[in-house]
Design a protein. Structure first.
Length: 285
């Protein structure tokens, strides 16, 4: 059993259509794939309809959140959510708020870039997102197309870096509230790439213990942005806190270089996740 529990389609900031993503999953020999677009469930109906026989698709989402440390600025964190009820009203309202927040914030980033002479256009970026959830990867592609940077990585290392003067933070959900919302919707909250240090500041063990106390059910351990020592640490912490562990690629199509299936989840851990999710069912034969 090959199980990848974290992927993005063009419904958010990946480049594959949901159907293309499923085809890539099959080509990579996956038996199970979760669709976890940022702050939306818009891809769920599409993958349900496009699912090839033999492939199990887990409906999910990656919620944009913040951890508020005792001191200092909030830390951006991502919360994976699986098998929740897509109609649960409070979680649906929070998703909608986050998508609106992304639009205001994206426009502010682009306005500042334009004011400094970069030839990018917010209207073009929104048009190219084709109704999907807009994120910095969309702005990065526009910067590459304008010749400002040579690659998406360069855009993230430069003008879109969180320390860049062009960077604008989003008012993301308090992660403890996010966990409660996902649980209230019957879902399984899993802390995504908790020690992805290259993305910026990461939280401490105290934060993960607080998340567990708030109802977190899992830690994403095997992730392309985690070094081996951090995987060992997270696995130990998950055991101490009674959390399940996952592994996944965080595939974004050509917006990132990681192939689908690059990291995978142990089948016994997947069984724990399935047993905990009551808000919706996997799409399966
Ligand atoms: P945002 O949610 O708009 O702040 O953008 C963050 C998104 O950009 C996350 O989904 C990351 O997966 C993605 N991202 C971060 N760094 C990179 C990178 N170097 N190349 C491509 N995508 C990235
Ligand atoms: Fe992303
Ligand atoms: Fe993420
Ligand atoms: Zn992701």
């Amino acid at each position: 059993m090959r199980i990848d529990l974290h992927t993005h389609s063009a419904v958010s900031d990946g480049t594959d259509t949901p159907a293309e993503l499923l085809a890539a999953a099959v080509a990579a020999g996956l038996d199970v794939v979760a669709l976890t677009d940022h702050d939306t469930t818009d891809g769920w109906d599409v993958v349900r309809a496009a699912r090839p026989t033999g492939l199990t698709v887990v409906p999910g989402m990656e919620l944009s959140c913040r951890w508020f440390p005792a001191e200092g600025a909030p830390i951006s964190v991502h919360l994976l959510a699986y098998l929740f009820d897509p109609l649960a009203p409070e979680l649906a309202a929070e998703r909608a708020r986050l998508r609106a927040e992304r639009l205001t914030r994206g426009e502010r980033i682009v306005t500042a870039l334009v004011a400094d002479g970069y030839r990018v256009s917010w209207a073009d970026i929104v048009e190219r997102s084709a109704g999907g959830v807009v994120g910095r990867p969309h702005v990065a592609r526009a910067l590459v197309a304008a010749g400002v940077v040579a690659s998406i990585d360069e855009a993230f290392a430069g003008p879109l870096h969180h320390t860049s003067p062009y960077y604008v933070a989003k008012a993301d959900t308090d992660v403890l509230d996010g966990i409660a919302l996902v649980r209230a919707a019957g879902g399984v909250p899993v802390f995504a790439h908790g020690l992805a240090r290259a993305r910026g500041r990461v939280v401490g063990d105290d934060a993960m213990a607080a998340m567990a106390a708030a109802g977190l059910l899992g830690l994403e351990v095997d992730h392309p942005d985690h070094v081996d020592a951090d995987r060992v640490h997270l696995r130990g912490l998950a055991a101490d806190l009674g959390l399940l562990t996952t592994g996944s690629s965080d595939y974004h199509g050509t917006n990132k270089r990681t192939p689908i299936g690059a990291c995978t989840t142990d089948p016994a851990q997947f069984e724990r996740l399935l047993a905990a999710g009551t808000g919706s069912a996997p799409f399966a034969d």
